[in-house]
Design a protein. Sequence first.
Length: 202
Amino acid sequence: MSAQTSKPVHSDARKTSPNTARRLFLLSCVRRTVQLAVLALFIGTARLGWTLAGEPLLSGDLSSSLFAGTVPLADPFALLQKLFAGHAPELTMIAGALLILGFYIIVGGRAFCAWVCPMNIVTDAAASMRAKLGIRSDWLRIHRNVRYGIAAGALIASCVTGAAAFEWISPQAFIWREAVWGIGMGFFAAVVGIFALDALLL
């Protein structure tokens, strides 16, 4: 019987090929364009009065918005918080949440984080810097299932306080509010805080 020998794995085999790297770079550019475009639509509507067919182009916020006064868009979790808080949601919010939920089922639940959420730009920049500088980032280990506990806690807090609790502490909501209405020290403090947390601890 001949002994089986394993072939050594060269480090080059683990490297990303030029074509793959190019595709990933183009995909990242498209994602950034979409994220900034969505943010620009909110800012243009809120500050410059952009309209489409006589209606606000994109009014509201990341929890619940209305495109051109016709197409409702709503975060399903924000709808749950409102229900737990004891408030009857508007029909437009229910329709918007169902629309977004259907989109998540077809495309994937992380589509919002990757393509819309402004915080993703900050966390991706932190990850890139961490990789380039070789910074150790496992000081604070958080299990993936913790998010379910946070979601349950937010719903319970909404029920107790009578308000959508998570929206008051949500980092992405804070960055959005500051980007659309502020661009002051609050915005830079939020960006620097989230960047440092993601780069050094998580």
